[in-house]
Design a protein around this ligand. Structure first.
Ligand SMILES: C[S@@+](CC[C@H](N)C(=O)[O-])C[C@H]1O[C@@H](n2cnc3c(N)ncnc32)[C@H](O)[C@@H]1O
Length: 360
């Protein structure tokens, strides 16, 4: 080959590496460094770094180290990670939150997801080490990280009140972000008594009851979660219309008089068989015109994403139950119809959420 041809080949290679392939390599770094980058975020959240920079934008590394009472070098490492990840921006010697960090990671932002980060760190990270074994066993092998003999994470958490609180706080964050959508797109005016199955700490029914004055509602969840729900209902001063009924939806009857059964982030937990069984039970329990509502993140019908579905599904396999995943829209719609619901509607919402509504 001539010298000119050599030069062209080298330049072409450099162009390919530096320009065309750069984004792909960066993506690989994000995947390979997933654990490290997540722990960078988690450490920054534990130090409440983003709230600090929200209150005092423009601090230098030395000032940040002083505020957080940590040494200079670890501060530099933490700031490097947060800046490279696009959570902070550095200008001269000063650091500021990016818009993403300001909205999602600063305590004063109503849309912050700090509790979700704490849930990932304290509950999900260690068990996810067992993903490979969970795939081979088709079981939630990662649950061994928690005391107890219960088959599901929810039962095991009852032995760890502090972790149960972290879990419920994260669910609350997720619900607060998403139930605005639910109340905007679903009309709850026709219903008198709604039961929120696996309703957690009552965040959803409190929001619904505030918007719909005719509505009474109850959380239907485990005894320890019902205790948390009752405290929140009391705090909201809504005991007259809201309550919590302890029960297991697979072995206990739904409360009498229910005309709307709501399942928020619940059908993702269980196998297809259980979900189909549960929808049949809903159909039999509801009066004519009664409604079952499934509200959670959805997988695309062509099974190519979104990332949220790809991120949530391994958690249900490896830890939560060993049997759930984020199912597709069409799976839910088919199960609803097969259970007997005559009118089945769907509504696409933001943040990969959706609702499937079945009317008897
Ligand atoms: C993923 S969380 C969702 C909480 C809430 N619905 C939300 O969207 O924030 C699942 C909830 O279901 C409850 N749960 C799990 N198994 C249940 C069962 N068999 N019967 C009733 N509730 C159950 C858990 O205690 C937990 O509160």
């Amino acid at each position: 080959m001539s010298k000119v041809a050599d030069m062209v080949a080298i330049l072409g290679n450099k162009f390919f590496e530096r320009v065309l392939f750069k984004k792909q390599i960066e993506k690989l770094y994000l995947i390979m460094g997933g654990a490290i980058f997540f722990e960078t975020l988690s450490a920054a959240v534990e130090f409440d770094l983003f709230s600090l920079l929200s209150e005092k934008p423009g601090l230098t590394a030395t000032q940040i180290a002083d505020h957080l009472q940590i040494d200079h070098k670890p501060t530099r490492i933490l700031l490097l990670g947060c800046t490279a990840l696009g959570l902070l921006k550095k200008s001269k010697q000063s650091y500021r939150n990016t818009r993403l960090a300001e909205i999602a990671l600063s305590r004063k932002s109503p849309r912050n997801i700090l509790a979700v980060v704490r849930w990932q760190h304290h509950i999900n990270y260690k068990p996810m080490h067992s993903f490979y074994d969970a795939i081979k066993a088709n079981a939630n092998v990662g649950i061994k990280e928690f005391d107890g003999v219960e088959p599901y994470l929810y039962g095991r958490l009852t032995h760890h009140p502090e972790l149960e609180q972290i879990f419920q706080d994260a669910m609350e964050d997720i619900s607060i972000q998403s139930n605005v959508q639910l109340t905007r797109f679903v009309d709850f005016a026709p219903y008198k008594y709604l039961v929120d199955v696996g309703g957690g700490n009552a965040t959803n029914i409190i929001a619904l009851a505030k918007k719909y004055p005719q509505l009474s509602a109850a959380v239907f969840d485990s005894p320890s979660v019902c205790d948390i729900a009752r405290k929140n209902i009391d705090k909201a001063g809504m005991q007259a219309r809201l309550g919590a009924v302890a029960g297991d939806c697979f072995s206990d009857e739904f409360p009498d008089g229910v005309d709307c059964l709501l399942f928020c982030h619940f059908f993702t937990i269980w196998s297809e068989e259980r979900n189909r069984w549960l929808l049949k039970k809903c159909f039999e329990s509801l009066p004519s015109g009664g409604t079952a509502i499934i509200f959670n993140m959805m997988q695309n019908d062509n099974e190519d994403g979104p990332l949220s579905a790809a991120m949530g599904s391994p958690y249900f396999l490896t830890l939560a139950t060993g049997e759930g995943m984020l199912y597709t829209w069409q799976e839910y719609e088919a199960w609803m119809r097969d259970a007997g619901f005559k009118e089945v509607k769907k509504q696409v919402l933001i943040r990969d959420h959706g609702v499937i509504i079945g009317i008897k």
